[in-house]
Design a protein around this ligand. Structure first.
Ligand code: ADP
Ligand code: MG
Length: 323
């Protein structure tokens, strides 16, 4: 892909456990162009968060990442901690599910926002504070100048998540990683916050990886989607293509189980019979036990991620066969 901002190559994440090794991410390759919004969808435990944590150098102590994460041509997995620190919070930032994990409860919100600009962009305290207030205003925090002097606990959940978006976009990063950023919020607020994130991302030219289990969010906000299962990409396509012509039985199952867009405010991943496998390396397809279309080969051979049409890939021995 030309002009690739991010190129993830064969990313693996393994965890050491007393009983052996657990594979959380297994050979994931993804590309992202500048300004693009990529959705990563998948059930709980499919490895979505670990992809982002590996990129940020935030894996748990028993975890190890392999492969390459080329961001603006630099392999983040190979960067020494001090250089990775400089990339994070400047050209790369992340929004977590729970804003309280990234907000300092003892520091005024405005000062927390200003801090990053002072450290990463070399602004004076006065300039940084003014810029912080402008950003709070842009994420529609009412009376931003006064609010900037308040502490995180004085904000509602929705407001705190907006503060996180302001903080994440303040440095105008090239890439924003958002890990289910609104699941803690009530549904109407969720939609507002996500729309705002996408709108500001467009304004600042920031590419976004949006991790979600909500297909409605994907349909509304994402240019492209990767469907993750058992730590592997099962299918990847432009959002429209994925909804119109899903190729993988797993994706079809998700879509079939999804409430109609027009009748549900936030369609969530539906349920497919069975439970995902977890643990060690899977020989064949990780979805084989739950797949109604399985062939003998599915238990023995790993299906490669094949191009179906330009930009549309699926990892299924059946693709090319009748739907
Ligand atoms: N520190 C850890 N030690 C062992 N396994 C872990 C650890 N952290 C996460 N995992 C496992 O990695 C897998 C993927 O987790 P995760 O990426 O958090 O899933 P998702 O974000 O898609 O819900 C899960 O099976 C989870 O149990
Ligand atoms: Mg997660």
């Amino acid at each position: 892909m030309t002009g690739s901002l991010l190129s993830i190559r064969d990313l693996g994440v393994r965890f050491r456990l007393p009983q052996g090794e657990a594979v959380a991410v297994d050979g994931v390759s993804l590309d992202l162009a500048a300004g693009e919004v990529l959705g990563i969808v998948g059930e709980s435990g499919s490895g979505k968060s670990q992809i982002l944590y590996a990129m940020m150098g935030l894996l748990a102590a028993n975890g190890r990442a392999t492969g390459q994460v080329l961001f603006e041509g630099q392999d983040l997995l190979a960067l020494p901690p001090d250089r990775l620190d400089r990339v994070r919070g400047d050209r790369l930032s992340m929004i977590f599910q729970d804003p309280m994990t990234s907000l300092n409860p003892y520091m005024r919100v405005g000062d927390q926002l200003a801090e990053g600009l002072i450290v990463h962009k070399g602004l004076s305290r006065t300039e940084a504070r003014a810029e912080a207030v402008r950003m709070l205003d842009r994420v529609r925090i009412p009376d931003a100048a006064a609010r900037a002097r308040r502490y995180p606990h004085e904000f509602s959940g929705g407001m705190r998540q907006r503060v996180m978006i302001a903080m994440a976009l303040l440095a105008r990063p090239k890439l924003l990683l958002a890990d289910e950023p609104t699941t803690a919020l009530d549904v109407t607020i969720q939609a507002q916050v996500l729309d705002l994130m996408a709108e500001l991302g467009r304004e600042t030219g920031t590419a976004i990886i949006l991790v979600t289990h909500d297909l409605g969010v994907v349909a509304r906000l994402c240019d492209r989607v990767a469907v993750l299962y058992g730590g592997r990409v099962m299918e990847e396509a432009p959002a429209e293509t994925l909804f119109d012509t899903p190729a993988h039985p797993y994706t079809r199952g998700l879509l079939a189980a999804m409430p109609r867009l027009e009748t549900a405010l936030t369609p969530r991943l539906g349920t497919i019979p069975g439970t995902p496998r977890s643990g060690g390396t899977v020989t064949g397809c990780p979805f084989v036990d739950r797949c109604e279309a399985r062939l003998p080969v599915c238990s023995t051979d790993r299906p490669p991620l094949r191009d179906l049409t330009p930009g549309h890939r699926a990892a299924c021995h059946l693709t090319g066969a009748a739907p």
